[in-house]
Design a protein around this ligand. Structure first.
Ligand SMILES: [Zn+2]
Length: 167
């Protein structure tokens, strides 16, 4: 199966799927190929361009006997770059919002042990203290020691406190 980037005499770009290059030529000369947008039959094969993976993955089947490369295709529905940037920005904001929410839930469901955090977290890890969700302050050095001991800790972003606390 070959995926070809096609364009019509009006400049509309679309994808065509063919068993081979020959199939494409035959279908075109028989007038079977039509632009899906304007219906014109003057179809040309597009130039090769790097494929942008913006959409869902399309199934691919490469014939073993063919040494020709598949023509890279840009999906006609690909959003323009500014729209993509906006979308990525929106995703980032959603991620930050989810992070903040998770932080708040963690705070709500944990006991504030303040400066004893590192000490207690380590004791729990070693089984010297009953395990429970705790939060508190830890210095970077303490956090590093906890991580080295294999203690699962998570930094929290709490704008209300005006700083970063390590849990
Ligand atoms: Zn067209």
């Amino acid at each position: 199966m070959k995926v070809l980037d096609l364009y019509c005499s009006q400049g509309h770009v679309f994808e065509g799927w063919f068993g081979s290059e020959k199939d494409f030529q035959q279908q075109r000369s028989a007038g079977f190929l039509q632009c899906p947008l304007c219906g014109c039959v003057h179809i040309e094969k597009g130039l090769s361009a790097p494929r942008l993976n913006l959409g869902a993955a399309k199934p691919k089947a490469e014939p073993a006997h063919s040494t020709r490369q598949q023509a890279p295709v840009s999906p006609p529905s690909a959003p323009p770059l500014p729209a993509l940037a906006t979308e990525q920005h929106a995703n980032l904001r959603a991620l930050q919002a989810a992070w903040m929410k998770a932080s708040r839930v963690a705070v709500k469901n944990s006991e504030d042990v303040g400066a004893h955090f590192a000490e207690q977290a380590l004791q729990m890890h070693r089984g010297e203290l009953e395990e429970k969700p705790i939060r508190g302050q830890a210095s970077l050095e303490q956090a590093r020691e906890l991580l080295e001991e294999g203690v699962a800790i998570m930094p929290l972003m709490l704008p209300k406190d005006g700083g970063e606390n390590l849990q």
